[in-house]
Ligand binder design. Sequence first.
Ligand code: SF4
Length: 362
Amino acid sequence: MVTSAYIHIPFCKSKCHYCSFVSFCSTDKKNDYLNALEQEIEYFYEGEFLKTLYIGGGTPSLLSVEDISRIISKFSFCDNAEVTMELNPEDVNSDYLKSLYELGINRLSFGCQTFNDDILKLINRRHNSSQVIKVIEYAKSVGFKNLSLDFIYGLPNQTCEMFVSDLNRAVDLELEHISLYGLKIEEGCYFYNHLPVNLPDDDMQADMYLKAVETLLNRGYVQYEVSNFAKNGLYSRHNLNYWDNGEYYGFGVAAHGYKNGIRYENFDNLKDYLKNPKDKKLSHTLSGSEKLEEEIFLGLRKLAGIEVLSVNKKYNIDFENKYKKVLDKYINLKLIEKTNCGYKLTLQGILVSNVVLADFIE
Ligand code: SF4
């Protein structure tokens, strides 16, 4: 049974220079979009009680409280469901946050990226560091107890010391959750054609990552996934469902979903999506070996790693025998290590995970 859903809100006020996500710099089509979203949800959602709902984007905080309420009211929820919304610090005030809290949103994820105002300008973010601090105060004061900040490392002009100082400031804000992403310049973003100078190279990005892990662990966070850290056990349950290879609905333009063993992708063109929100751009039934490969890829993102017994049972295999050569090779190289019940990547293994994981594909 599917108990997680992702909703994509594809509007942003302007485009960040590193961004190649599907987002549009105008809200002219907002109402058409909400109507299409409703149609899609009504058609596919089968009324399951959701354990997690994630409203991401784009910039969901460009929607009004009424818009958000309209979306949420389409679903039924389990007790204690995790309902997350992504927000941009510049869009929100305390009344807006209070209304979201009253609607049942209980987890907020803010795009901070860095506390360095010069770099924020350079990457074309619309907020500054004091807005982030203010918004966290507002969120806490209206009752939110599960807040997350996103950071990017490897930004132009950023040094390892600057990144560590960003993280220390975040920890001082007593956040429950912190996510870290290495800058990737992909086709379609502004930086792709206007490569900034002073971009940290791969080695420096790796150093920044290792230093970040050390900083957050020293300050009481648990690393539960390659890029994610939490306190008080407040892991992102929505994202854990992805890494546990669980099924989920994806609603909205460019959203991906996984249901009944079928991975699907919605249209990433707004016009096509609005025309027929019930059509899929792609839909693929996974074969047994594809499912197993995904299980390994996703499972090894978790710091707990993969559990051999559960994989053996689920796929009717002898995991250790099937992958003996690969496991021996990477254990010898200290890129994979044995846990009590399975295997996980080491920190050095995370840095070269693409190479390691590729070896599990037959
Ligand atoms: S990074 Fe986020 S806020 Fe910036 S343009 Fe992309 S989707 Fe919008």
